[in-house]
Design a binder for this molecule. Structure first.
Ligand code: PLP
Length: 393
């Protein structure tokens, strides 16, 4: 029944309104992003690329594309402006995973070697997990983090020299510290590898210079648009101009069909919002809030992986609290606090159980939370964990 679906959407809306949302990859889009993404553009087929695009793949397979052509070109232009770059950009990827799929295949063949971050230490599934296409199609080798949880650049160099990868990947889903793209790029040059950055989580910080930029260093840059960039669910690929044709072909016709023009319009609106001074203030507040909350946990005697954070997320190591990541996630869910379990460096439990949780501040900062609000939430979490452990005994 159609009504049942709309009833469920209302219930989900209420859940989103009432819960404390700490999932580091989530955010709340604006009314304008929602409006564009929910528009009649969903009716339009537009396989191919705008007629005025000059990557060698221009031209659509369908008529009636004059308006979506303008929207897609405008979207590309706006995102280049957000990242202050002249890189080529493809805004058609349906999500971050399909952006990574196409980015790999723009320069690699099955069986080629990719050097990426080890999965237990914060990488994404598409960075070589055996359950993902990446782990099945490529020869994945991994660099590790040091004892304190920081990316071990010496290990990156050692593995690069040992395995001679065709591509080196930087970027993560659960890494709370600055990633030094300049150092990665130097190593990639040394071994003649492509350098790719997956900035899905930190793209918003990069857009306003709260994190060093990969532009100028990386050959390929992928991102999602729905995390810190606060746009609709989707992906994008940026690349050096000499790779433009390869990247465009790797999206269409290689791995996708018709682009989601309603989502591309939503991405364009999100880009306009990222260019506003209020977005810069927002991201700054996200970072300030994250530090305030992680500092508070440390004050209360918790162990924070790497001892703190430079970005919008941090990892709580719950080992000495005696509660597992999954228990903590489920227990907090019952108190309307949403977060996710996460492996910690040198994890001893299975990823389904995990010894830590990941906490992010992007979503609640959108709702107006300041430092004092996040400090209050930290104390709530501490109280609930204490109560849970007492009940367990
Ligand atoms: C979220 C994420 C992705 C994948 O995004 P989806 O849109 O969920 O496919 C890829 N890479 C990283 C680093 C991510 O954090």
């Amino acid at each position: 029944m159609i009504k049942d679906i709309f009833d469920l959407i209302e219930k989900e809306k209420k859940r989103q309104d009432e819960n404390i949302e700490l999932i580091a990859s989530e955010n709340f889009v604006s009314e304008n992003v929602l409006k564009a993404t929910g528009s009649i553009l969903t009716n339009k087929y537009s396989e191919g690329y705008p007629a005025i695009r000059k990557s060698g793949n221009e031209g659509r397979y369908y008529g009636g594309c004059q308006y979506v052509d303008e929207i897609e070109e405008k979207c590309c232009e706006l995102w280049r402006k957000v990242f202050n770059t002249d890189y080529h950009v493809n805004v058609q990827p349906h999500c971050g995973s399909s952006a990574n799929f196409a980015a790999y295949f723009s320069v690699l063949n099955p069986g080629d070697t990719i050097l990426s971050m080890s999965l237990n230490n914060g990488a994404h599934l598409t960075h070589g997990s055996p359950v993902s296409f990446s782990g099945k199609l490529f020869n994945m080798v991994f660099y590790e983090v040091d004892q304190n949880g920081f990316i071990d650049m010496e290990d990156v160099k050692r593995k690069a020299l040992e395995f001679k990868p065709k591509l080196i990947l930087a970027g993560a889903s659960a890494y709370s510290r600055t990633i030094h793209f300049d150092k990665f790029s130097k190593i990639a040059k040394q071994v003649n590898a492509y350098f790719m950055v997956d900035m899905a989580h930190i793209a918003g910080l990069i857009a306003v210079s709260e994190h060093p930029t990969p532009f100028g260093y990386a050959d390929l840059i992928t991102t999602t648009t729905h995390k810190t960039l606060r746009g609709p669910r989707g992906g994008m690929i940026f690349c050096k101009n000499e790779l433009a044709k390869k990247v465009d072909s790797a999206i269409f016709p290689f791995s996708q069909g018709g682009p989601l023009q309603h989502v591309i319009a939503g991405k364009a609106v999100a880009a306009e919002e990222c260019l506003l001074p209020s977005y810069k203030e927002y991201i700054h507040q996200v970072v300030v809030n994250c530090k305030a909350m992680s500092d508070e946990f440390i004050k209360m005697g918790y162990s924070v992986v790497t001892g703190g954070t430079d970005n919008h997320l941090f990892l709580l190591d719950l080992t000495h609290k005696g509660i597992t990541g999954i228990e903590c996630q489920e227990m907090l869910d019952s108190h309307h606090i949403t977060l996710n379990k996460n492996c910690i460096p040198n994890e001893t439990r299975s990823p389904k159980v995990a010894s830590g949780v990941r906490i992010g501040t992007a979503a609640m900062t959108t709702k107006g939370y300041k430092e004092k609000d996040f400090i209050e939430v930290a104390h709530k979490i501490d109280k609930y964990i204490d109560e849970y452990m007492k009940d367990k005994k």
